[in-house]
Design a protein around this ligand. Structure first.
Ligand code: ATP
Length: 249
């Protein structure tokens, strides 16, 4: 396994996964997985269909209970911590499927995202206004209902709604799925800019390897229940044997 190089020179780890074993029935999907992510790093989580990317994200956010192993968020053990409390501590997950509330406007969806985390209507309005600076297409559609948005706009709204609560770590599951290449490029650029500006740590699970690596500092490849490669994004992109063995192209 190649060793990693994070862009941020620090000994601190924002997310530390150690010996994580997770399964549903029968053989584990993740088997003793180890992964460290530095604060502010954008990490592309790659692997073939069924490699366990979603399972890893759901284990971190607390939606799936591991059989064994530990997950630390900024040094704090998350074992036994509920999904809600993990979110309060700074974890946000955008699941596959870009779900937004179809009968609410863009603005109402964003306020909903801020409601439980930011006390006070004025503070919430400020947080939403700040987001519009980053997500201009959403600002233009602020009065539109969720069901009136295009797929790309809905994905952008799902992302923005997670960010309005100002998480420290964002877990994103296949945001590019079903979107046109131009829309994917815009989404990835927005994500990279946001991470750079705010110091957000991102774990981005993607089948769209090229897009994910284009904005990531690091690529982590899952295979056979563990991390089979962990290296700078450019090194993963330039490794044909790895791509062929684990990424299917
Ligand atoms: P994809 O890229 O296709 O979304 P993935 O890498 O995200 O795949 P997972 O969705 O984590 O992989 O699935 C890993 C394995 O666990 C697969 O074999 C899948 O069928 C199985 N699995 C996932 N969720 C469940 C569940 N709720 N119950 C039983 N098995 C599951």
């Amino acid at each position: 396994m190649t060793t990693s190089t994070d862009p941020v020179t620090t000994t601190r780890t924002m997310l530390a996964v150690d010996g994580l074993t997770v399964g549903y029935a029968g053989a584990p999907v993740l088997d003793g997985l180890v992964l460290d992510i530095a604060p502010g790093a954008v990490v592309a989580l790659l692997g073939a269909n069924g490699a366990g990317k979603t399972t890893l994200l759901r284990s971190i956010s607390g939606l799936v209970a591991p059989r064994s192993g530990t997950i630390l968020l900024d040094g704090q053990d998350l074992t036994g911590i509920s999904v809600e409390d993990r979110a309060r501590r700074g974890l946000a997950q955008v699941p596959e499927g870009r779900s937004v509330v179809a009968e609410l406007t863009v603005e109402e969806n964003l306020h909903l995202g801020a409601l439980w985390k930011i006390p006070g209507r004025r503070a919430r309005r400020t947080a939403v206004a700040e987001l519009y600076d980053q997500f201009e297409p959403l600002a233009r559609r602020r009065r539109s209902l969720g069901h009136q948005l295009s797929g790309g706009e809905r994905q952008m709204l799902a992302l923005a709604r997670a960010l309005v609560a100002r998480p420290r770590v964002l877990l994103l599951d296949e945001p590019s799925l079903g979107l046109a290449p131009r829309v994917v490029a815009q989404l990835m650029t927005t994500l990279r800019d946001t991470a750079q500006r705010t110091g957000l740590t991102v774990l981005l699970a993607e089948q769209n390897v090229t897009s994910a690596l284009s904005i990531a500092d690091r690529g982590v490849v899952l295979g056979l229940g563990e991390v089979v490669a962990d290296a700078p994004a450019a090194a993963i992109a330039a490794d044909p044997a790895l791509r062929h063995a684990y990424l299917g192209f």
